[in-house]
Every structure is written in C-alpha cells, then in structure tokens.
Design a protein around this ligand. Sequence first.
Ligand SMILES: [Zn+2]
Length: 244
Amino acid sequence: MIVETKVHTCHKCHSKELVKNGRNACGNQQYHCKTCGAYGVLEPQVCYTEEAKDLIIKAYQERSSMRGIERSHGICRQTLRAWLKEKAEQLPPLETTLAPVDPAQTPVLELDELWSFVFIKGNKVWVWIALSRETREVIAYACGDRSKDTCRILWDRIPSAYKKALVFTDYWEAYQAVIPDEQHHPVGKETGETAHVERWNNTLRQHLARFVRKTLSFSKCIIMHELCLKLFLHRYNTDLLPAS
Ligand SMILES: [Zn+2]
C-alpha cells in the first residue's frame, strides 16, 4: 500500500501551523492559520474559464435557483452572485444590442409592465418593458413600482431612434401621464395590439421565474433582480431567444 501524506501550508504566510476550521457551503475544508491568523480553503480553488462561467450563468437563466446551481455545479451562491454582478457590470448599454432603425418607417412599440416575483415586505417589484414590434427586441426596461415615475424612467431610456414611434399600451394611467398623446394608443388586450409584449412576459417568466429568494435582504434583492434582468435582456436581444 502506498500512502501519500500531503502537507498544507497557509496561502498567505506559508506556515504549516494550520488547524481545521469547518467546511464552506460547497463542502471544501477550511483552515485557520495559527501563525498569521488567516482563514482560507485548504485545496486551491478551481479556476473557472470565462466560457465555464458563461455556461453556468446560462444554466442559471433556465429557471434554476441559486441553491440549485450550488448543488449541480458545486459553486457557492456568493461566487455565482459575484459572477453575475461582474458580468452585468461589463455589459454595454442595452441600446448597443439593437438593430438599426429604418428611418423611412415609423417604428411600433409595445409597452407593458409586469409584476415580478420579488415580494419585499409585501410589495411587488414591477418590470417595465418596451418591445419593438418589428424586430422583437427589448429596446428599454425599467424596474420599480407601478407609478408614473417608473414609467418616466422607461420612457427616458427609449433610444432616440424610437422616440417618435407609435406606442401601444394597456389603459394603465401612468402611460397616459408620460407618453405624448399624438403617438400613444391605449388598447385592450382583445385587440391583439400588445400581444407580442404580453407573450414576451412569458419568455421572461420561463427563464427567470425563481431567481430571487425571499431570504435575501431588501437591497440585495432589488440589485440582483436588476442585474439578472439586464443580463437576460442582453442575451435575449443578442440571441433573440424564441418567445414562448
Ligand atoms: Zn498564515
């Protein structure tokens, strides 16, 4: 029998004076260094390539929960959260994902607001979406309450090429307060004029339905909520995921 003995040293001071210090969420042995006082993980962490990170983020966007990813890929929720944040912050403005607008045509937009899956002390967070009927791209979004203030944020984010578009919405009063009358068409669901954006809402729910947990604190919740939405919208506009 061959028995190998491995001596671990502190990653900071290379001392051998280590004691065990429990396991982290992924089950890796942690240590405490008696010499320098550092805390760390015994086995060097696996380094993930950008491709591997992207793949795991995609898996997360298929209705997985953070805990689900932790179990299936062995990645701490904190690590995943850091990756999502890092990826979302690297993204250029959503406008850069859009196809150019034909200046000879008047674009048509469908706007809708859907309450999202985050309950914060009994409140809902609303996601506001502006969808191009022609290209099916999401050209702007906003997160917040259902008031005209959030509607105003959405309207201000609409790229200049779409500012003169015909705009179809439901009868919600915030739209009437924000969108100029001459281009605004409030309609009922039965007209089918907002069918594309309504169907798009299902696409979003299908991919991100369970992504934020009640256990997160208020600010983390809303920040992660927006980050994940932003990541998803970029992916959606770039790959034009099928609306289903
Ligand atoms: Zn040390």
